[in-house]
Ligand binder design. Sequence first.
Ligand code: SF4
Length: 357
Amino acid sequence: MEIIQQDIPHIQNSLLGWYNANKRDLPWRRHSNAYYTLVSEIMLQQTKVATVIPYFERFISRFPTVYDLAAANDDEVVKLWEGLGYYSRARNLHAAVKEVVAIYGGQIPNRKTEISKLKGIGPYTTGAVLSIAYNQKVPAVDGNVMRVFSRIFALEDDIAKPATRKKMEEVAELLIPDHSPGDFNQALMELGATVCTPKSPQCLFCPVNDSCLAYEKGLEKVLPIKKKARAPEKISIMMYAVTFNRKLLVVKRPASGLLANMWSLPTEDRMEEMPHLQQVEEYCEINGYSAKISKDIYYFDHIFSHRHWKIVLIPIELDQPPEFLPKRSIWVEQHAISDFAFPKVYLKALEQLGYRN
Ligand code: SF4
């Protein structure tokens, strides 16, 4: 492997020296606490540090220990995650911490074989917790680290392929020093987040520019190679804001699939292309609604990682109470809407309807 040809101790020292002088003061770095590391690493997946900080602080102030989180109600955990997206992370974290309390006496396990079996804990989080909280020499390879390795070692492997992650973990194993594995992994992540950024790497200010093959060859904006994922599938969605007596009908989504168990508005997807009014009339007929259909129809888009919802949001004001309600639905007074955890797409809808500022 080409890495062998580079001066590993020099890269280690340059990166650690830079990290110690420049690391950001982040709330989860102020104490050595495996629980804080676990929560922060799960929140940071697919999410920027600046977004995570207030969520982390609120979460830890409400659930300061694994015991507090394990004893919490699922809805409250998800409510504190509201707006952070990828809600299965919150549910998996909750389940993992319950296992920590039930099986490991409240201690986040410090063995790879144990921690990696906890719900939702993949190789990256395993490596991050073991190296940062327990100072073990275990790789923690995320997108930032793959980008940095691709550039320093001029690796042309497609980082979108799962096999490339394995190769990057082998690179990390060669590179992580015995004496500071946690700091070294964090230094790599920090370099990727602040200096070796995706579009504008700051090579002139980079602590490892004298060892970087991409910089030497002028490839820093060419690497890493990442073949484009397919564009998210476009799906037509009808959302209904059904009100009666100034109460809004909210529905808990199914227990599995997209946005599982989150609160929502009644939603129909994969709609045929037909006039909206006709669809709404059919919807009212099926649900036994006698209603006024508002002329204020809202159109907006929301893009998930694999789906692109093209949404038509229609207010329906009922003249009389319906004979039956959809499964898992309840009426909510306007002032109580904020007590429920809605994913971002429904928060957007509630904003358009004037239920949130
Ligand atoms: S020199 Fe440039 S491309 Fe190389 S690691 Fe540093 S910032 Fe990234």
